[in-house]
Design a protein around this ligand. Structure first.
Ligand SMILES: [Zn+2]
Ligand SMILES: [Zn+2]
Ligand SMILES: [Zn+2]
Length: 140
């Protein structure tokens, strides 16, 4: 098993299992955010829906991956930057969904602008999705 995968699991206090390793492998092989269906296809039927769902849930809880809400109401997942851990997901970046290739990317270095909330509201999580044409599609 890949050392990088072992480290990722250890750093996030996740027990090493083949299933977890295989799912991380899918993330490492994709530059863009992946959906549950993408993972199912990538592991080629080796794990059922429930197993994949549980694996993703444990990754979310431990700060290994984060959720991205799609413009069509779908959910995608992407690896977190190193700084995330259990109970402290620092997510302040914008996500970009391309209308041409339909891929969603983390723009890790583009911060979500501060939004002033009305009195009495406490924000906990923000989802900021921009749709448009990505750099790869623009070049074509
Ligand atoms: Zn995170
Ligand atoms: Zn594109
Ligand atoms: Zn992201």
């Amino acid at each position: 098993m890949d050392n990088h995968i072992k480290e990722l699991l250890r750093d996030h206090t996740l027990r090493l299992t083949q299933g977890r390793a295989d799912v991380i492998d899918v993330f490492l092989n994709h530059e863009v955010a992946v959906s549950h269906a993408d993972i199912e296809v990538a592991v080629d039927g080796k794990y059922d829906r429930v197993t994949i769902y549980r694996t993703l849930k444990s990754f979310l809880d431990k700060g290994l991956i984060h959720k991205i809400l799609d413009d069509k109401g779908g959910i995608r997942y992407a690896l977190c930057a190193d700084a995330c851990s259990e109970g402290s997901h620092q997510h302040n970046h914008i996500h970009f969904k391309c209308n041409k290739c339909e891929q969603t990317t983390c723009l890790e270095h583009v911060e979500i602008p501060m939004v002033k909330l009305p009195r009495g509201f406490t924000g906990e999580e923000s989802n900021f999705l921009i749709t448009g044409i990505c750099d790869k599609c623009k070049q074509r």
